[in-house]
Design a protein. Structure first.
Lengths: 114, 117
């Protein structure tokens, strides 16, 4: 059981380049989330998808776009990367917003923007 | 929106000692308080949670206490071991479909726990 799988695990970009982080879950969860983790800042929500076909902004959405491709997959796109987007990105999933249960996290994608 | 403060940011203890991490929250409607452990190079993983209808919950060496009146909750780890070394995050969440705020968990900034052998 893979859980939440993120690709790539590491990526180096130059300022202005674009890229997409991929996330897939195999737990039949309805809700999916993208967080970024920066030193001393904890986990900050970028975007989330309550269910297939819906997406909503989180705390720090500027510079990002998302696509809920199907129930399993939720991608995060950086259209024009900036050094401020250097971070570790985590995808997470949960059964649904109405469940006050745990979030299941992937292992993270470390992005460096030069 | 919800604001979760977590202290300390770093905690260093000797093996066998106890460790306490404290969090405060601002939204009185929050009713679910999970704690996550993040080992080096991994994603956070839930270790214990508490809901607002109880004041304390234990699971072997870890326990969580909640004071709703004061809006704070704490993680207690007894008899610490080197494998407890990790970053710990607290979070708070309000009930689904309550108005006036998000029902996505809000996380604290994390505590780096170091257990020295």
């Amino acid at each position: 059981n893979a859980g939440v799988t993120q690709t790539p695990k590491f990526q180096v970009l130059k300022t202005g380049q674009s890229m997409t982080l991929q996330c897939a879950q195999d737990m039949n969860h309805n809700s999916m989330y993208w967080y970024r983790q920066d030193p001393g800042m904890g986990l900050r929500l970028i975007y989330y998808s309550a269910s297939e076909g819906t997406t909503d902004k989180g705390e720090v959405p500027n510079g990002y776009n998302v696509s809920r491709l199907n129930k399993r997959e939720f991608s995060l796109r950086l259209e024009s990367a900036a050094p401020s987007q250097t971070s570790v990105y985590f995808c997470a999933s949960a059964p649904g917003l109405q469940n006050t249960g745990e979030l299941f996290f992937g292992e993270g994608s470390r992005l460096t923007v030069l | 929106g919800e604001n979760v403060e977590q202290h300390p940011s770093t905690l260093s203890v000797q093996e066998g000692d106890s460790a306490v991490i404290k969090c405060t929250y601002s939204d009185s409607a929050s009713n679910y308080f999970p704690w996550y452990k993040q080992e080096l190079g991994k994603g956070p993983q839930l270790i214990i949670d508490i809901r607002s209808n109880v004041g304390e919950k234990k699971d072997q060496r870890i326990a969580v206490t909640l004071n709703k009146t004061a809006k704070h909750f704490s993680l207690h780890i007894t008899e610490t071991q080197p494998e407890d070394s990790a970053v710990y995050f607290c979070a708070a969440r309000r009930p689904f479909r309550t108005s006036g705020g998000s029902y996505i968990p809000t996380f604290g900034r994390g505590t780096s726990l170091i257990v020295h052998p």
